[in-house]
Design a protein around this ligand. Structure first.
Ligand code: G3P
Ligand code: CA
Length: 372
């Protein structure tokens, strides 16, 4: 049995192993009338929550995103040493937690190679959930988002289960379905250390009743093999992330020469359409910048993706000058807000189906201006 087939078999077993009382009987009421694929909606996705206003990947960040009007909140997930999925942008946590201030964990500092990149720091896979819960989140971009440091030290690293519970509570309170847009981080790496992400992810979604094709869920990945395997065993909508540079780590590990540039061609997108429901491109693949840093002209990416029956949700839209095309910047400081709404309007005009933003309130405004 090939490695890929072993993983698919393991995933199948994980799905079958979910107790019936968690998935509900066959006669259970249908899920709420929510088109989880977002096919007829323009989606505002709270990137790492409302990370423009709170330390990313905290319950406070996700809650604020939902209250600002985000349709989906976006947890990136990694594993603890005891196999619990937690929300962090990376498994290396020195920039997003106060771990360096904990002398009891000083000897956990180490160097690892993750997807070909050597990193030194502290890694979630070296901490049990109980240990990780003694840490507190901090702002990852204190120079650009100094206001957010106000909240340093207040919030724990949330588990995926807590994010799903929050989603349910907020959906009820706000009287609209809040979706979750979960990214599996470094799946090949975690597979290699015996902490595969997909089985606990599917089990958590099933337990929350979010494992159906119209559940308000997307599962996204920068890798390809895990999405293909999920497509074989799960119903949830899948999104292939496409970076502007490099190649998927699973393809590199397998000696496959294809790069993200290959995936972004019409032919590459047609291939993605065989297993995914959407594609999440770096926004520069949709509208690149000119050599002078100004916003350029749209590429064929959106049309090619739509021809492959794929939704298009580019990342990442942010209000601060440092992240904007030079012709949309206002004021002198890199953390001043520029004309982020104008940038987003240019992208809505290309026909995208949603966008990831650190500032969900801005995304809601730009969508209103576009659709009115
Ligand atoms: O998942 C969309 C976007 O978040 C991908 O980039 O690095 O912010 O997870 P990253
Ligand atoms: Ca992400």
């Amino acid at each position: 049995m090939s490695r890929a087939h072993r993983r698919t078999a393991a995933l199948s077993a994980a799905v079958l192993a979910v107790p019936l009382f968690l998935t509900g009987p066959a006669t259970a009421a249908p899920p709420p009338e929510v088109d989880g694929t977002g096919a007829e909606e323009l989606l505002v996705i709270g990137h790492r929550g409302a990370s423009g206003y709170r330390p990313e990947h905290t319950l406070a960040s996700y809650e604020l995103a939902a209250r600002m009007g985000a349709d989906y909140v976006e947890p990136d997930v990694v594993s603890t040493s005891d196999g619990v999925l937690v929300a962090r942008h990376e498994n290396e946590i020195s920039e997003t937690t106060d771990v360096a201030e904990h002398p009891e964990f000083a000897d956990r500092r180490t160097t690892r190679t993750i997807d070909g990149v050597e990193l030194t720091g502290w890694f979630t896979e070296d901490f049990t959930l109980a240990e990780l819960r003694t840490l507190r989140a901090v702002e990852r971009l204190p120079d650009v988002r100094e206001e957010n440091t106000l909240y340093d030290g207040l919030y724990q690293v949330p588990t995926l289960e807590e994010v799903l519970d929050l989603r349910e509570d907020l959906s009820r309170e706000l009287d609209r379905e809040i979706g979750v847009y979960v990214e599996t981080k470094h799946p090949t790496y975690f597979d290699g250390i015996g902490l595969s992400l997909e089985e606990p992810l599917l089990a958590a979604l099933a337990e929350a009743g979010l494992d159906r094709d119209h559940s308000p869920v997307f599962v996204q990945s920068f890798e390809t093999a895990n999405l293909r395997e999920l497509d074989a065993v799960a119903d949830v909508p899948l999104v292939q992330l496409v970076s502007a540079t490099g190649a998927p780590a699973d393809l590199v590990a397998a000696g496959d020469p294809r790069t993200y540039a290959d995936l972004a061609t019409a032919e590459g997108l047609a291939g993605i359409g065989e297993y995914a429901d959407g594609v999440g491109p770096d926004k520069n693949l949709v509208i690149p910048r000119e050599a002078d840093g100004t916003l350029g002209e749209p590429t064929a990416f959106v049309d090619d993706a739509h021809a492959a029956d794929l939704l298009v949700h580019p990342y990442t839209f942010r209000n601060e000058n440092t992240f904007l095309p030079v012709d949309l910047r206002e004021g002198a400081a890199e953390d001043d807000y520029g004309r982020a709404i104008d940038e987003q309007l240019a992208f809505w005009e290309t026909g995208i189906d949603g966008l990831f933003t650190d500032n969900p309130d801005t995304g809601v405004v730009s969508r209103e201006l576009f659709t009115d």
